[in-house]
Design a protein around this ligand. Structure first.
Ligand SMILES: [Zn+2]
Length: 326
């Protein structure tokens, strides 16, 4: 990317080289070419930009480096069982990699990339000469209208911001979270021509996320509003109001056993777009309980095999999850 900006937007044929520890060895970077060899300059630039903005909790001290000194793109990793951890950072001049672990591979609580490796990495960057940040490789980017909510390419009904993006970004999908919905005059219900005259229908562009995504999004965006319900008497698809949030993953569940050999219960959770909605839970056809606000149940599966968990809310909307218990 540095070569790209200083060489009239050209790449070098041998930019990617094997590791070399000899100080006086000469690099043969090859000839200039307009074709990318591995990654395009803009995809590297935007990749590093994204890693520069990683906001990790518990590393406040290191954040001083971003305020005062220089910008660093960085990433951490922790192995299963906290056996070892690493952190790698990049500036225009240097790459610093730090590995932390015990020689015998013993895991230690708190041995994570963020808490153990990253602080050492930032200290090392502090000892090295500072460098400025990479310049944007303009010639490998294009200006595009991007949806200000989803970050995807804007559709005709999205609120937009104009941004420079990698040229290949023009081939990505348009935002499909903005939907044109038809509301009644008051804006409180969805309607259509089966139940309302055209004059009383107002088309509105709305940012609509699936229930589970909406639940996470609303935690950080209090102004998010759910899709209004379909007015009674109107034909059409009802609003999706519930989604299971736990268990995640596929529908095969292996039930863990407790110390004395009894089978543990499995927690099922769901999110509802109306927190006050009452949700009635069923295992197969047996009623379990009713929940509100915190919609979760612990289910004891007495038999292995196929089971259906059904949740029905106070408006009659229903979702089902089929699971295989092992
Ligand atoms: Zn959009």
């Amino acid at each position: 990317m540095v070569h790209f900006n200083t060489n009239s937007s050209q790449y070098l044929t041998n930019e990617f080289q094997p590791q070399d520890y000899l100080q006086d060895s000469e690099l043969q970077l090859g000839d200039f070419t307009f074709d990318k060899t591995h990654f395009s300059a803009s995809s590297i630039f935007f990749g590093l930009e994204a890693m520069k903005e990683l906001n990790r909790p518990g590393i406040d001290k290191s954040w001083r480096y971003f305020d005062s000194a220089q910008q660093i793109a960085w990433k951490t990793g922790t192995s299963f069982g906290n056996r070892d951890a690493w952190s790698i950072g990049v500036t225009k001049k240097y790459v610093v990699g730090v590995w932390v672990g015990n020689a015998d591979g013993e895991g230690r609580p708190g041995l994570t990339g963020v808490s153990a490796a990253a602080p050492v990495m930032f200290n090392l960057f502090d000892l090295l000469p500072k460098s400025d940040w990479f310049n944007i490789p303009y010639d490998d980017t294009v200006e595009a209208k991007v949806c200000s909510k989803s970050g995807m390419l804007a559709s005709e009904i999205c609120p937009t911001v104009t941004k420079r993006i990698p040229e290949q970004g023009l081939e990505t999908a348009q935002c499909h979270y903005h939907k044109l919905v038809h509301l009644d005059k008051t804006g409180t219900y969805r309607v259509n021509t089966s139940c309302e005259s055209m004059d009383n229908i107002q088309p509105v562009s709305k940012f609509v996320l699936p229930p589970l995504m909406a639940w996470y999004y609303k935690k950080k965006n209090a102004d998010y509003t759910y899709l209004p319900p379909l007015r009674e008497g109107c034909e059409g698809m009802p609003t999706e109001v519930m989604a299971f949030s736990e268990p995640t993953g596929n529908n095969v569940i292996i039930v863990p056993k407790g110390i004395s050999g009894e089978r543990n219960s499995i927690i099922f959770k769901l999110v509802h777009i109306r927190p006050a909605a009452k949700v009635h839970w069923y295992l197969n056809d047996t009623y379990l309980k009713t929940t509100q606000n915190f919609n979760e149940v612990a289910i004891d599966f007495e038999q292995t095999g196929h089971h259906t968990i059904t949740a029905i809310d106070d408006a009659g909307d229903e979702i089902r999850k089929r699971v295989v218990i092992k």
